[in-house]
Design a protein around this ligand. Sequence first.
Ligand code: NDP
Length: 444
Amino acid sequence: MTKLQDDIENYLSHSHPHSDEYHQAVREVFDDIAEVYRKEPAYRRWNIAERMLEPDRIVRFRVCWEDDNGQVQVNRGWRVQFNNVLGAYKGGIRFDPSVNESVLKFLGFEQCFKNALTGLPMGGGKGGADFDPKGRSEREIMRFCQAYMQELHRHIGPNVDVPAGDINVGPREIGFLYGHYVKLTNRWEGVLTGKSPGFGGSCGRTEATGYGVVYFLKNMLQAHDQSLESQRVLISGAGTVALYAAEKCIREGAKVITVSDSRGTRVFRNGMSEKELVSLRTLKLEQHGSLEDADCGTWHSNKTPWFAAKGAIALPCATQNEVDGKAMKRLIGNDLLALCEGANMPLTQEAHDKLIDANLLYGPGKAANAGGVAVSGLERSQNASLQSWSMDKVDTMLSGIMEDIHNRCIEHVKRKDGIYPYSKGANLYAFKKLAEAMMAYGVK
Ligand code: NDP
């Protein structure tokens, strides 16, 4: 362990105790940049490491709302405004019982690096609440969104902080949140992204993260003389990211073998058809149901895709730490060719280390799933100029942005045994960009 890594461990355990997810995300970055940090005395002089680990601010608030039985419910809401040297804070809102300050700090920290990789002027932030929307009526979800915005609106603005969706926050929730923002402030402005294209949203935002993952994957395969066509793809999750990644894979001629949700995995032995995909999308994204109730493929209760089927490509698109060491061993043993992260930090530390040791193609989330926030950036441009671009135009721009991100990931690294270390490359590129801006802005 270098002196820097040692200092980071001490700082985290002292200043951010009980924040396992956050420590994991930080460790992953600083393991990769330690050598560069040591060689550049200015980083230490400006104390870039500690400054980068401390969010600009964390707002925590009570969210009170009334359920359908007239009972008053209380939840905790947060907004972590992590770092705005590259632009206004930007990052999603997640509603899930697993949300806590550690999870939001890890997501906010990752978001700073991800946004730096897009090349767009965006800082990093993340927010959410420990609210569980499962089993709640649409009216309850609306009342919760309004109560959350009741506090959040004081802290955001088109040039201050521009939140978007994340787990359990899709166009419907963004609509409720935005509607209440307009009501409270009397201002119609680009303060949230992920709105419906009919009223201020960008075409292609819903598709962007999933499509972007596949664009990144294609670039990665191409750089290693491989192709996506006919490959067997294991996808986890059945939300926005997973299902649009599946759609793009099918259109690129790949075979989507699995999708999953919190109850289990659906396996399509010879690949899912577009028709089956449409039925799953209606079930999951419109009816908010479970894959267990679908009538295509075969159902594997309580199994993850990694144990339910075999495939050369893995796209974890559900949640953090969903692939553990055992699952990674199995994936590698089943001739894994490439893994691209649709979800944020879906690999446990052990799984991550195994994949790095195996020297296989690995697209880290901060690069591979940056398509969503990139199109959010495009949505802000459209809102600011009162324009609405076509799906084709946005998709072409997305594909170009993902190619640029791919190229940035290999700018500072060399191939090892023929394979580019994308994860290290992404961390190095984003770290340098953030550090340079932080030094240029002086001590603040
Ligand atoms: P959604 O809420 O649309 O979907 C999440 C999916 O993951 C659901 O199918 C859910 O199943 C499943 N899931 C959640 N927790 C678990 C678990 N513990 N085990 C198995 N499955 C689980 O979220 P998104 O698709 O928007 O986000 C997925 C991931 O992608 C997250 O990590 C998010 O941070 C990341 N991401 C999202 C972006 C976006 O634009 N939306 C942008 C960049 C990253 P169930 O329905 O049963 O709950």
